[in-house]
Write a protein that binds this ligand. Structure first.
Ligand SMILES: N[C@@H](CCC(=O)N[C@@H](CS)C(=O)NCC(=O)O)C(=O)O
Length: 218
C-alpha cells in the first residue's frame, strides 16, 4: 500500500513532505484536506494529529505528523532510492541535522512570520502588522548573513550535496520570493545561487504548481 499524505499542496509544510517524496521517487497518495472548511479540526483528523494541522503521513500502521519528522522518516525508509538526502557517516549526518535545526529554529520562525503577515493575513481580509514584518525581516537578514558565509564555502548548507537541510527551506522561500522583499535573497550572491539551484530541481518543478497563493507585493 502506498503512503498517504493528508493535506493540501499549497500549504508550505505539506509541500515540504511532497518535495521529499518526489526526491525519493516514491509513490504516494495525496488525500485532500480542506483547510478553509476546517476539515483539519474534525474529530477524524484530530485522531491522526491532535494539534489539528497538516501534513499527516500514514504508512500502513504508522501515523506521523510534523513535516520534518515525516521527511526524516521517508529519507531513512527509502535511503537507497532517489536523492540521498541524509548522510550515513556519523559526523556528516550530524552536520545535516545541525543545519536542519538551524532551519527549524532560526530561519523558519522569521520567514514564516513574514509570510503569515504578507500572504495569510490579507487572505483573511485583514491588514498586515508592519512592525511584525520589519522585526522578522531583520531577523531573517541576520540568518541569511550566516548562510551567505556558509554557502561561500560549500555548495549546500550541509556540504557539497543537497540534503534535507536544504529541502526544508524550499516552500517558505518560494512564497517569500513572491513578496516585495526578495532582495534579501537576491542581494546575497551565494544565497541567490543556492536558491536558484534549489528551485530548478525536478522535484520542485513537480510540487511548485500546487503552491498557488496570490502573490503579495509588500
Ligand atoms: N510544525 C508543523 C506545522 C504544521 C502547520 O503549521 N501546518 C499548517 C499548514 S502549513 C496548518 O495546518 N495550518 C492550519 C492550522 O494551524 O489550523 C509541521 O512542520 O508540520
Amino acid at each position: 500500500m502506498v503512503m498517504k499524505v493528508y493535506g493540501d499542496g499549497m500549504s508550505a509544510c505539506v509541500a515540504r513532505v511532497l518535495l521529499c517524496l518526489h526526491e525519493k521517487e516514491t509513490e504516494f497518495e495525496l488525500v485532500p484536506v480542506d483547510l478553509f472548511a476546517c476539515h483539519h479540526k474534525l474529530p477524524s483528523f484530530l485522531s491522526m494529529n491532535p494539534f489539528g494541522q497538516v501534513p499527516v503521513l500514514q504508512d500502513e500502521d504508522l501515523t506521523l505528523f510534523e513535516s520534518r519528522a515525516i521527511t526524516a522518516y521517508i529519507a531513512e525508509k527509502h535511503k537507497d532510492k532517489g536523492t540521498d538526502l541524509t548522510r550515513h557517516a556519523d559526523k556528516e549526518a550530524a552536520i545535516v541535522k545541525l543545519w536542519s535545526e538551524v532551519e527549524s529554529h532560526h530561519f523558519n520562525p522569521a520567514i514564516s512570520a513574514v509570510i503569515h503577515q504578507l500572504i495569510v493575513v490579507p487572505l483573511q481580509g485583514k491588514t498586515p502588522d508592519a512592525a511584525i514584518v520589519e522585526e522578522n525581516l531583520e531577523k531573517l537578514g541576520k540568518v541569511l548573513d550566516v548562510y551567505e558565509e556558509k554557502l561561500g564555502k560549500t555548495k549546500y548548507l550541509a556540504g557539497d550535496s543537497y540534503t534535507l537541510a536544504d529541502l526544508h527551506h524550499v516552500p517558505y522561500t518560494y512564497y517569500f520570493m513572491k513578496t516585495g522583499h526578495a532582495g534579501l535573497v537576491n542581494d546575497r550572491p551565494n544565497v541567490k545561487a543556492w536558491w536558484e539551484d534549489l528551485c530548478s530541481r525536478p522535484a520542485f518543478l513537480k510540487v511548485s504548481p500546487g503552491l498557488t497563493v496570490a502573490p503579495a507585493t509588500n
